[in-house]
Each structure stands twice: as structure tokens, then as C-alpha cells.
Design a protein around this ligand. Structure first.
Ligand SMILES: NC(=O)c1ccc[n+]([C@@H]2O[C@H](COP(=O)([O-])OP(=O)(O)OC[C@H]3O[C@@H](n4cnc5c(N)ncnc54)[C@H](OP(=O)(O)O)[C@@H]3O)[C@@H](O)[C@H]2O)c1
Length: 296
């Protein structure tokens, strides 16, 4: 596949930074839409105020939309829920306005999340199942509907991303203070499953989509491991210097409120559909994936 002009909205974050590197290394021209442009290739926008110079986007062939306030960053107060929603739905609809004028646009990739299935039931979650009924599932459903509006312009894929394992941020960084003290935590009874994907595989998956153009929704999940398995793997990585600790469910609920479901209630998510489309994961074992973390 030849060089493409790719626009990443929200490309300054954890996934976007790694993705820019991967796609530029492959020879693509990558622009990033950011409210705080800092680097070469960054373009200023303010989607809430509908500020963006369309002239800069004329040649764009692929849009990747990663924008959205961090789901796990702050407790879900009423105002926070509005911010989580608006930063996804309103930005997508503003981007669509701009996309309508992009004559060369060929493909749209929208970020989505595995939390779309809700946390009920023990069956493995595949893409044919309906959305759940809790706050997060409904948010993701609306988010995917906003992505689908791009279908009037080009084919659309929605990647239902699992927890991203990366050294540069996300879940693992949140636990760095505990890891530094050599405490390896698990939560509640430790049996709940956490679906994860290594950042390198996720970037490879975006690249795979740009080349192969799958359409519809796909779970972007390498594997599901229990909260206790995570603690065990981290302890092993530290050459057994440290201790596994249990953080009780009531404490998580007190600190995180409604958001605690994400930590305490696991789901098993299937990756059969994306594998059937031809994608091959590089990191399929937790221990290998965790090898990216710097030693605490
Ligand atoms: N990381 C994960 O484990 C994970 C898992 C599942 C799904 N996802 C989803 O994948 C997407 C990218 O994830 P990420 O980890 O890279 O997120 P991130 O590090 O928080 O980056 C998201 C980017 O979105 C932009 N943004 C945030 N709030 C915004 C707002 N109110 N208006 C406009 N832009 C806003 C920011 O760009 P500027 O500040 O430069 O404007 C930010 O760099 C997110 O939508 C996330 O929910 C992530």
C-alpha cells in the first residue's frame, strides 16, 4: 500500500503518540488534531467551539478518531458523565461536518471500547451481542453510532479497544507508585477478568485496518486474564521480590464510586472476529506483554 495522508483526532494521547510513530515509520503523512498543538504535524482545533481550519485537511484520506476525556481519570459525577459523552459525540459530529468536504477521504477508524457489552453474564462477548445497559455501555453505543454517521462518506471500522498495556501511561502507570514499593495489587476476589492489548499490537491493528479495510465493529483484545493473574505476573517479573496485596472491593467502591464496576466486574471478550479477518497478535501472553514495563 502506498503513502496515505492520515488525520488522527486526539492523537496526542497514549494511543495516538505510539500510533503516530508507527504510521510515520511506515511512510505515511500523519497530522494530529489537538487543542494544544505542540509538535510538527499538530493542527489546532477546538471541537467544542467548532474551531478548525478546513483548508489544512484537504488531502486527508484516512481519519482515525481517538478523542475523548479519560474514562478512568475522574469519578463519574453528573458533570463528568456529560464531559465523557460530549468529548466523544460532539467531536465526532464536528469532525463529520469537516469530513464532508474531504474529497479524497477513503476510510474512517473510530475508537470504541470493550465495555460496550456491559458487565453482566458469563458468556464470552463477541461483536454479535447487543450493547449492555449501564452508563458505559450506552456511552460506547452512542459513540459507535456517531462513527457510523461517517458511512455516508466512506467505509467505517470501530475498534473496541481493551485495556492498553503500555509503559507510557494508562492502567499500568496508575499503579506505578505501588509497583515501586514492590506491592502487586489485585482487586476484590481477584477472579474478574481484564481484557488487554499490548500497545504495539494495537498500533499494528490500526495499520492492518488501513491496509485491509475491514468494516463494522471488532474487539481489539489480545487476551483476558484475571486481576490475580496480573498481580502474579507482575510479582514474577520483579523476580519475586515483593508481595501480592489484595485491595478489597468495598475500598474500591468507596474511592471510585460507580466507576468501580470497571475494576471489580470483569468480562471475557472474544478476539475471534479480528483474527478471522487476518490479524495476527504478537503478544498473546501476559508475561510477554508485561515485559515492556520498566522495572519498578
Ligand atoms: N488507553 C486505553 O486503555 C483505552 C481502552 C479503551 C478505549 N480507549 C479509547 O481510545 C481513545 C484514545 O485513548 P488514549 O488512551 O490515547 O486516550 P488519552 O491518552 O486520554 O488521549 C485522548 C486524547 O483526546 C483528546 N481529548 C481529550 N478530551 C477532549 C475534549 N474534551 N475535546 C477534544 N479532545 C479531547 C486529547 O487531545 P488534546 O488534549 O491534544 O486535544 C487527548 O490526547 C479514547 O477515546 C479512549 O477512551 C482507550
Amino acid at each position: 500500500m502506498g503513502q496515505k495522508i492520515i488525520l488522527i483526532a486526539g492523537g496526542s494521547g497514549l494511543i495516538g503518540r505510539a500510533l503516530c510513530y508507527t504510521l510515520r515509520n511506515k511512510g505515511h503523512i500523519v497530522y494530529v488534531l489537538s487543542r494544544n498543538p505542540k509538535k510538527e504535524g499538530d493542527i489546532f482545533w477546538n471541537p467544542m467551539l467548532k474551531e478548525l481550519d478546513s483548508a489544512l485537511l484537504e488531502g486527508v484520506q484516512v481519519i482515525i478518531n481517538l478523542t475523548g476525556e479519560g474514562i478512568g481519570e475522574k469519578n463519574w459525577t453528573t458533570n463528568r458523565k456529560i464531559a465523557l459523552r460530549d468529548s466523544r459525540i460532539q467531536t465526532a459530529s464536528f469532525l463529520l461536518e469537516k469530513a464532508k468536504k474531504m474529497e479524497r477521504l477513503e476510510y474512517y477508524i473510530g475508537a470504541s471500547g470493550v465495555s460496550c457489552y456491559g458487565f453482566e453474564g458469563h458468556e464470552e462477548k463477541n461483536e454479535a451481542l447487543p450493547f449492555g445497559s449501564d452508563f458505559l455501555s450506552k456511552l460506547v453505543q452512542e459513540w459507535e453510532q456517531a462513527s457510523d454517521l461517517f458511512l455516508e462518506k466512506c467505509p467505517v471500522v470501530k475498534l473496541r479497544i481493551a485495556v492498553v498495556l503500555s509503559n507510557d501511561g494508562g492502567l499500568l502507570k496508575k499503579f506505578q507508585p505501588l509497583l515501586k514499593l514492590r506491592f502487586f495489587p489485585f482487586f476484590g476476589d481477584g477472579k474478574q477478568l481484564l481484557s488487554w492489548i499490548h500497545i504495539d499490537d494495537l498500533c499494528r491493528l490500526f495499520d492492518f485496518c488501513i491496509e485491509q479495510r475491514p468494516q463494522g465493529s471488532f474487539n481489539a483484545v489480545s487476551r483476558n486474564d484475571s486481576s490475580y493473574d496480573f498481580a502474579k505476573a507482575l510479582l514474577k517479573k520483579s523476580e519475586r521480590r515483593g508481595a501480592i496485596i489484595r485491595i478489597p472491593g468495598w475500598l474500591i467502591k468507596t474511592v471510585f464510586g460507580e466507576m468501580s464496576v470497571v475494576i471489580l466486574k470483569g468480562i471475557r471478550v472474544s478476539n475471534a472476529k479480528i483474527k478471522a479477518a487476518g490479524f495476527v497478535f504478537k503478544y498473546t501472553l501476559l508475561e510477554d506483554a508485561l515485559s515492556i514495563i520498566k522495572k519498578p
